[in-house]
Design a protein around this ligand. Sequence first.
Ligand SMILES: [Zn+2]
Length: 152
Amino acid sequence: MSHVRAVSESARDTLTESLRRSPTVARLIEQLQQSDVIVFIDTRVDPLVPTAETMLMSTGGGVRYVHVILNPRMTRDDRVEYLAHELQHAVEIAEDRSAVDGPSVRRRFAAIGRELAGATAREKSFETDEARRVSATVRRELAVIRLASAPL
Ligand SMILES: [Zn+2]
């Protein structure tokens, strides 16, 4: 049973491409596979979500359900990068068993990250150093593969 599931065709495309091109995405999915978190990946054109966001949706039966929303208007490379970034946030939720609802998730991110300026009360208003590192790493992974496949 996969702990990372795409719920739309375009989310499935991004997930497949990410697994193919990014060892970091493969590692994050492996970590989530060992956790009680199940991630649903969806795409949505939403002015409130210009890139991507991650939210804990519900908890039940010993399982925590996390939703990752990707804006499909991003470039393909950006979608891969943001999927990796949001999967890191899902791992950050998975690592804290006490993060089971909105307030406890916010406490978790307040402890390991920092609130962004202009933030609302939502999870996406926090950022962590590790998620920033994941973004940078995946950008390098994508660049290497682009170079490797460039015509001579
Ligand atoms: Zn982030």
